[in-house]
Write a protein that binds this ligand. Structure first.
Ligand SMILES: O=C(O)CCC(=O)C(=O)O
Ligand SMILES: [Fe+2]
Length: 332
């Protein structure tokens, strides 16, 4: 079935989020890769959200990043706001409770976060990799009082980036494209990580002030780690029902973002989601947003366009798109 036909048939509402086994992600066997890509393709067209298991990222890498995040968020408020996102160019650093708003009908997101982008673990003197970051250009900032935070956060960052780089060829294959299709579009791949802390919300909760309001992600896909044992994330299906996406130990959530919807002329879904922490305890999560280079145009892939499905989106660059969304979310 063509991609366009598969998208036209994708009307059924999903009630759970599939798990994809990535044990074969490094396989060179074309039949194995095709089978893996086919299962990814189905989920991308029908759900836009999946879990991945056997992803190769060691538990201790994640656990160290979690421990470091907990330490960071327990710093005194004034220490955290020294690194406030508004104090440096390129949206790097700390954003406090209610300072972002992902849902325009809401009043603010009930989480605090810390945001950073590409940086070598051992800094290179003239690292040109990030020279082309448009609105996100700007060096990372790190808490001086917590020297171990940078190493733990960047170690996990690079592990997740490696996983993201292995997923792009599979997404290409899922779109009936050569596996290297995205290579020249992801040379300086946008890769922004946020560590997030959601305080518990008890009692009657105003629907307009939840952990993170209903939104879609902006890049091609997100690799999200959620703290085990705490349900908070929910995904909106085509029947407008909120489906729980509980943490499953040993997995990451991978969800598609708006850049992929634009590349695929709406064939791949960028699914609306939100998080509410009613667990009674603090909750931590760590998304990595993975996109194409910011100067790349989000042009529809020919196999996703037909006379019945003409191009649905104005062609803009990935950077222009992210800039629009940043303005709407942070108001600056
Ligand atoms: O914390 C979560 O589970 C979701 C976070 C999220 O959706 C985001 O940061 O875009
Ligand atoms: Fe999100």
């Amino acid at each position: 079935m063509s991609l366009v036909q598969a998208a036209e048939n994708a009307e059924t509402a999903f009630s759970h989020i599939p798990i994809i086994d990535l044990s074969d992600i490094d396989s060179c066997d074309p039949v194995t890769r095709r089978a893996l890509a086919n299962s990814i393709r189905d989920v991308c067209i029908n759900v836009g959200f999946l879990y991945v298991k056997n992803h190769g990222i060691p538990d201790n890498t994640v656990n160290s990043a979690l421990a470091a995040s907990k330490e960071f968020f327990s710093l005194p408020h004034e220490k955290k706001t020294e690194l406030d996102i508004t104090k440096s160019p390129g949206f790097k650093g700390y954003n406090s409770l209610l300072s972002s708003n992902n849902d325009p009908t809401s009043m603010g997101d009930m989480h605090e976060g810390f945001e950073f982008g590409w940086e070598e673990l051992v800094s290179k003197e003239h690292d040109q990799k990030r020279a082309n970051d448009g609105v996100m250009a700007g060096a990372n900032v790190w808490p001086e009082d917590l020297p171990s935070f940078r190493e733990a956060a960047l170690t996990y960052y690079h592990a997740a980036v490696e996983l993201g780089k292995k997923l792009f060829p599979l997404f290409a294959l899922a779109l009936d494209l050569p596996e290297d299709y995205f290579n020249d579009k992801t040379r300086n791949s946008a890769a922004i990580m946020r560590v997030l802390h959601y305080p518990p919300q008890a009692g009657p909760v105003d629907d307009r002030v939840i952990g993170i309001g209903a939104h879609t992600d902006w890049e091609c896909f997100t690799i999200l780690w959620q703290e085990p044992g705490i349900q908070a994330l929910q995904v909106l299906n085509t029947e407008k029902q909120w489906i729980d996406a509980p943490p499953i130990p040993g997995t990451f959530v991978v969800n598609l973002g708006d850049q992929f919807t634009r590349w695929t002329n709406g064939v791949f879904k960028s699914t609306v989601h939100r998080a509410i922490n009613r667990s009674g305890v603090r909750r931590y999560s760590i998304p990595l947003f993975f996109g194409t280079d910011y100067d790349v145009k989000l042009e529809p892939i020919p196999s996703c366009v037909s006379p019945e499905r003409p191009p649905q989106y104005e062609v803009i660059t990935a950077g222009e798109y992210v800039k629009e969304r940043l303005k709407a979310t942070y108001g600056h």
